[in-house]
Every structure is written in structure tokens, then in C-alpha cells.
Design a binder for this molecule. Structure first.
Ligand SMILES: [Ca+2]
Length: 515
């Protein structure tokens, strides 16, 4: 077992992986776009201005559990066993990058949201929430490489607790003879989007701009987008928005008083509308959008505040210069685009995730990387490479180190395979597809339907251009690429494209003119 040198030369640096849940890139100021003026993310924006921000970071599967398993293993779900949230009981006996880093001289730790049911393995220290965790007074499970040691309930707001526990570990948990790899993982901004008390008033009088496809009618796309149950108008439960969502937690008296007062503002506005919660009017949909976005942005601000606190601790304790700090969300999220909340689909807002890397002395400052397709699949190989550890052949991701150093390798991926397996919540049909960052082809096996989008001509993915004759050559190339990628990543045979060249079904109006 080799112990990597701590030479301050950039190799074997510490790694602080700050991770959040569903924190849509659209809601982070540094990503620009519609919400940039209402997003309250000064610390994440500062991290971006000091490092590299990736605009094309795609996830293998836009769900919490599968994304986490892919990060730990560097493998697609069909290779690590986690393809659904419901089967997210991670097999901790398999190889993971924390195990390899630990065996090679790193101290490894994870704090916050784990989600993967089984007891974490490969960590010198873990202190994680059970399941999805609660926004207030979460239940935590603590242990080490030997297993679970104790459980407890921590009082307070989730993101502030994750920030506190992260700083506490940096202060008193480290073995200073080793570099560390710490995963600090927030529960926010997962549903029900509960802000902390310090953020209750942040969006009190703010009107959030609406996306131009908030009232998408799903024309010129297939069956799957019509069958889903993730619209603001019909599918957002009353309690999640106006009352107590399932993940709120057990509040004490003072917390209850403050929470009820926070909710009361929206309850009053809703009652003043005089409408039933399920009323399909645009007026009510617009109200729901405002409430969702205010909650979401305020919960995001709570993460951001703690990113600032953690980074300040690094600065004050001479750790900043030799620590890579990463900010990443597990996947993207629809914030009213197509009328949706949630994720799952292969559309941009769902598969693109926030990913920012600050590596002092290596990554040039303020780079916006809009050309390289990177992925949560690449985290394991990148971290191993950073630590000078050989990347096992079974790992399916690539090391991003050259890209971070400023050079894209010749053999870097030009296309990306997306896979979605779960037919459960929100009734989104399993599908898979390929994107080259501009052209995207999606296949829905249950309906034998294809959708094709050219993001340059239609960035909001409102018109499937599959039936435009001019696109035939591009579509055939993407089909071949989809087959190649599925073979390359060893996708199971049950998912082969048997009917790929046959006429697919399409019971809807076809768009046939070039855009
Ligand atoms: Ca998630």
C-alpha cells in the first residue's frame, strides 16, 4: 500500500466533494439564465469564478439513488446494481473509489445525505441521514470502516447541521498525517423544498420570472410526456406546497411556530384566490410556480450559505491551497419548464447537472466549459487519478484531470448514453438515448417511439424533429452511436434495439418542416 506524498504540488491534494440533491443548475447564479437575478448563491458563484464551471455535465440516470451509486463506483446502474430509487440498497461489498483511496493512504469521510440504505463502506468516518432524511431535526447514523457505531437525532435545520458537522470533522476529525477525501452531502433542495429559518424571509416579496414553456401542451412529442404525472397544475400535492411535506421532520414548539408563520403567508394568498387546489386554471398554476420557486430558491440559499461557511473554515485553517473543492448536484431538476417539477426525463433540465471544480494552482480561474461532455460517471476515475491511484479497468468513467488542466484528450467522449429504468413515481416510462451535446435522440421501448431534438434550433425541446426528412442522416448516425454505446457499456441484452430501423409508432401530429 502506497502512501501518497503530501508535497503541496497539486497531486495528492485533499478533496472536498460538496454534493446536493436536485439543486437545478438554473437556480445557481453562475449558470446564468432566467433565474440568475433571483438566485441567491454568492458562494457557489464565487467558487465558479475561481474554478471551472461545466455546462455539459450529464448524469447517467436522473434519480437520487442511481446517481449516488454511479458516483461511488464510476459505473452505470446496470453494473453497480442501483437502477431505481426503490432498489437503492447499495451492495457495499463492491469496489468503490473511497475504498481505493483509503487503501492508498487517504483518509475518507462522508457526512449528510447517503440515501443508499446499506451501511456505508470504505469510509474512515461516516455520519449520514437515514433514507431521504428530514429537513428539521434529522436522524443520523454514525460509524467508521468497521461499521455502524451509534445513532442520534440532531436538533436544527438540515443544511446548517451538514455544514456544522462538516466543519467539526475538518476541525477535529482529520488525521493530519494523511490527505483527506470528504463528501459533504446536503439533503436540500430535495422535495418538499423546506428552507431554514434564516432563509424564511429571503424571497418574501420576490416575483420569480416564469419559463416560456410553463404551459407546454406536449404537442409534437410522444406518449411518454403526455402520460407523466409531474406537472405543477395536477400533480403537486397541497401539503408539499402549503402544509407539512413528508420530509419536514418532527418540529419542536419554537420551530413549529416559525414554520407555521412561514407557511401562513402562502396559505393566505391561496385562500384569497378562492380556488380549489386542483383547479387547472393558469392563475393557480402561476401561484404554485411562485410558491415552489420561492421555497426551492430559499432552500438553495441555505446550501450556499453553508458552502461559504465551509470554505471560510478552509481559508482560516491553511487548508484552502491544497484542497480541491467541488460543487455538484446529483442531477438536474425541472423548475416549471414543460410545466414540470421533478426530473427523470432525458430532457436538458433533468440530465444536466451543476458541476463546478476549484483546484488551486491547476484549474484556471473563471473558466466556463461549454464543450466537454463530462458526467457523474467520471467522478470516481477523476478522484483516483488526482490521488495518483491506478484506475481499475472495470470503471466506466474517464478521468477529467487533463480537462481540468486545460487540455481535452483526443479520445474524450463526443456522445453520451442516458438510461432511465424506473416506472414508479410520476409515471415516466423507462427510456434511453444518446446526445452529442446538440443533437439528442431518445427511445421509449414500451411505446416504440423516438424523439429527436436539435438543441441549437430548439433549446427548450418543444418539437420532436424525428420526422423531418432532412434529419434522417443525423438520426441514423445517432442510432448507430446508441447501439455502440450500449455495447460499450455492457447494457443488458434485454435492452437491445431490436426494432431500431423499423418504422416506430407515432399516433400524433408530425412536424415535418425544417426548423
Ligand atoms: Ca436527487
Amino acid at each position: 500500500m502506497a502512501t501518497p506524498p503530501i508535497d503541496g504540488m497539486g497531486r495528492s491534494p485533499n478533496i472536498l466533494f460538496i454534493f446536493s440533491d436536485d439543486h437545478a443548475y438554473q437556480s445557481i447564479g453562475a449558470y446564468g439564465g432566467l433565474l440568475k437575478d433571483v438566485a441567491h448563491t454568492p458562494h457557489i458563484d464565487k467558487l465558479a469564478s475561481e474554478g471551472m464551471l461545466f455546462k455539459k455535465c450529464y448524469v447517467t440516470n436522473a434519480l437520487c439513488g442511481p446517481s449516488r451509486a454511479t458516483i461511488l463506483t464510476g459505473k452505470y446502474g446496470h453494473r453497480n446494481g442501483v437502477t431505481w430509487n426503490r432498489n437503492s440498497n447499495f451492495d457495499g461489498s463492491q469496489q468503490t473509489f473511497p475504498k481505493l483511496m483509503r487503501e492508498n493512504g487517504y483518509q475518507t469521510a462522508i457526512i449528510g445525505k447517503w440515501h443508499l440504505k446499506s451501511v456505508p463502506t470504505g469510509f474512515d468516518y461516516f455520519d449520514v441521514m437515514k433514507g431521504q432524511g428530514q429537513y428539521y431535526n434529522p436522524f443520523l447514523q454514525r460509524g467508521d470502516a468497521e461499521g455502524l457505531k451509534d445513532t442520534r437525532t440532531e436538533s436544527g435545520y438540515n443544511s446548517d447541521i451538514v455544514g456544522d458537522l462538516t466543519i467539526e470533522w475538518l476541525k477535529n476529525g482529520r488525521d493530519e498525517s494523511k490527505p483527506f477525501m470528504l463528501m459533504s452531502q446536503f439533503k436540500a433542495t430535495h422535495h418538499g423544498w423546506c428552507p431554514g429559518p434564516e432563509e424564511y424571509d429571503l424571497y418574501k416579496d420576490v416575483h420569480v420570472p416564469e419559463p416560456n414553456n410553463l404551459f407546454d401542451d406536449f404537442s409534437y412529442r410522444g406518449t411518454a410526456i403526455r402520460e407523466q404525472t409531474l406537472t405543477l397544475y395536477e400533480d403537486l400535492p397541497y401539503n408539499m406546497m402549503i402544509g407539512d411535506p413528508g420530509e419536514l421532520g418532527e418540529l419542536n414548539k419554537a420551530q413549529r411556530k416559525a414554520w407555521d408563520a412561514y407557511r401562513a403567508q402562502d396559505v393566505e394568498k391561496f385562500e384569497a384566490l378562492g380556488l380549489d387546489w386542483r383547479d387547472p386554471s393558469k392563475k393557480l398554476s402561476r401561484f404554485k410556480y411562485q410558491v415552489l420557486l420561492r421555497n426551492f430558491l430559499a432552500a438553495g440559499a441555505g446550501i450556499d450559505k453553508n458552502v461559504g461557511r465551509i470554505r471560510a473554515f478552509l481559508e482560516e485553517n491553511d487548508l484552502a491551497d491544497n484542497t480541491i473543492v467541488i460543487y455538484m448536484a446529483d442531477h438536474g431538476y425541472f423548475l416549471g419548464e414543460h410545466g414540470f417539477f421533478d426530473k427523470r426525463f432525458m430532457y436538458e433540465e433533468s440530465i444536466r447537472t451543476a458541476f463546478i471544480v476549484h483546484w488551486p494552482g491547476v484549474v484556471e480561474k473563471g473558466i466556463i466549459n461549454d464543450k466537454d461532455i463530462v458526467s457523474n460517471l467520471d467522478i470516481a476515475s477523476t478522484f483516483l487519478d488526482v490521488a495518483g491511484i491506478e484506475i481499475p479497468e472495470q470503471i466506466q468513467g474517464q478521468s477529467m484531470v487533463s480537462i481540468l488542466e486545460g487540455t481535452t484528450p483526443e479520445n474524450w467522449r463526443k456522445t453520451f448514453l442516458y438510461t432511465y429504468h424506473e416506472l414508479a413515481n410520476h409515471n415516466v416510462q423507462p427510456h434511453y438515448g444518446v446526445t452529442d451535446g446538440r443533437n439528442k435522440l431518445i427511445y421509449y421501448p414500451a411505446h416504440n417511439e423516438w424523439e429527436f431534438f436539435d438543441l441549437k434550433k430548439d433549446p427548450s425541446e418543444m418539437i420532436s424533429q424525428y420526422y423531418i426528412p432532412e434529419n434522417e442522416t443525423t438520426i441514423m448516425e445517432l442510432k448507430r452511436e446508441l447501439v455502440r454505446l450500449r455495447n460499450y457499456y455492457h447494457c443488458p441484452p434485454s435492452m437491445t434495439l431490436r426494432n431500431m430501423n423499423k418504422q416506430a409508432s407515432w399516433p400524433y401530429q408530425k412536424w415535418t418542416k425544417p426548423l
